[in-house]
Design a protein around this ligand. Sequence first.
Ligand code: NI
Length: 234
Amino acid sequence: MHRAAVGGVLATTGLLSLTTLPAAAETERTTPDCDNVKCVALTFDDGPGRYTDELLDILDENDAKATFYLLGSKLDSYTEEVERMVDEDHEVGNHTWDHADLADLSAGEIKEDLDRTDKAIKDVTGQMPTTMRPPYGSLSDTARETIDKPMLLWDVDTLDWQHRDPETTVDIAAEETDEGSVLLFHDIHETTVDAIPDVLDTLSEDGYEFVTVDEMMGSEVESGSAYSDARSLD
Ligand code: NI
């Protein structure tokens, strides 16, 4: 597609201005009905980063929606990418300011960290994130009592940050994904973004549709509770 090709050129030349991109997608997307099709939520943590724009191109080419759990401290350097996420109907969530282990923090510190991150995201997107993801999946009793959003964990851990191998990322996604899965990736690694075209192809062949966390679970998740996947809602 024309738009994706332009984005690719921008990404490889390192230019971040998106002002030359055509505005909206040609066709309006119909949100998949997750009661009748097999939905999964791809989630990307710890960004935005230098490979995020390329990832957005790949998602756009495949009409796949994703959820990005952002670090507040990184937003200033990648505001165009974050604006693009929201413009292209991806979801943006809170992953703390700088990846603190929330189990080490007091209630006041947790609230301050998450509020600061919420505000940074709202300043760029105009919207408050509706869900959060605790770094390392780490939650203390204090954190569970303090956090006033749904806490989104995952059921498919691709371990992409550890092995840094695109084929292994694809293999784990293909083997472990089930209907309602929440898959964990990190778009700060080039090897992860390299894996995504094959992840999308492989899971599409198995009949999966790629939706945001909100589209898959939004009406049923409650503030202050933790969820690993949509199956845990039943
Ligand atoms: Ni993280």
